[in-house]
Write a protein that binds this ligand. Structure first.
Ligand code: GLP
Length: 238
């Protein structure tokens, strides 16, 4: 594991963007696994700035997102598709048809999940997977449980997650979707490189337990201890 501690959110974001930039320069037709939440927004800003400065092109890049809420139209302001468009895709030259986010409105979830895993497989797997971490140790929406779930699947969100994410839904818990589709741990663990971001003291305890405690499905991010190419970038302040 490569552990990088930075002093600020900006420094963490710049470091993450520079690793993603290096990945694209090394393999212009690479597959990026992308995350949502507040943590990666700064890295996406940096990537958009690199594109604007003419230093980076996403023309050959494909992306697969980790997850999507069930029951939100993709045009909903809090859907992860909207998040990706607003924070990254609308600011770079990526071809939209090469960007994949699970369809949270699919009528047959099992079929949609199987299709998503097939897409990842057909793309040749993920070259670099970007991750944040939930307060309860979830990655994507792989919530704490009794077993590691390997395939893309539908998950019922935990109370912790619903409460943490209510800040995006006018602080109203009843507005937060109760279920989501999430890439499973195989997609994440088979990525050739994983970059995990965490910022602020609030995340330090969970990062410490995930990286140095026992590997257990009760703390899904702990499986990353087994990843052969994991870079963790933390920021002291958020
Ligand atoms: C959501 C996302 C995760 C993300 C987590 C933490 O639940 N599904 O992918 O890592 O939130 O978000 P934040 O970065 O806002 O703390």
């Amino acid at each position: 594991m490569n552990y990088i501690l930075t002093n600020s959110y900006e420094a963490m974001s710049k470091k993450a963007a520079s690793l993603i930039c290096a990945q694209i320069l090394m393999k212009p037709a690479c597959v990026l696994g992308l995350a949502t939440g507040s943590t990666p927004i700064g890295a996406y800003k940096q990537l958009a700035a690199l594109f604007k400065a003419g230093e980076l092109s996403f023309k050959g890049v494909s992306t697969v997102n980790l997850d999507e809420y069930c029951g939100l139209q993709e045009t909903h302001p809090q859907s992860y598709r909207t998040y990706m468009n607003d924070n990254l895709f609308n600011h770079i030259d990526i071809k939209k048809h090469n960007t994949y986010v699970p369809d949270g409105m699919a009528s047959d979830y099992a079929q949609e999940c199987a299709k998503y895993d097939k897409t990842i497989h057909e793309l040749g797997g993920i070259d670099l997977q970007l991750l944040g971490i939930g307060n309860n140790g979830h990655i994507g929406f792989n919530e704490p449980g009794e077993e590691f779930v390997m395939d893309t699947h539908r998950v019922l969100l935990s109370e912790d997650t619903i409460s943490a994410n209510s800040r995006f839904f006018e602080n109203e818990i009843s507005n937060v979707p109760t279920a989501a589709l999430t890439m499973g741990l195989r997609g994440i663990m088979h990525a050739r490189k994983v970059v995990l971001l965490a910022c602020g003291k609030a995340k330090f305890e969970i990062i410490d337990r995930a990286l140095y405690g026992p590997v257990t499905p009760k703390l899904p991010a702990s499986i990353l201890q087994l990843h052969p190419d994991l870079t963790v970038i933390c920021a002291k302040e958020c």
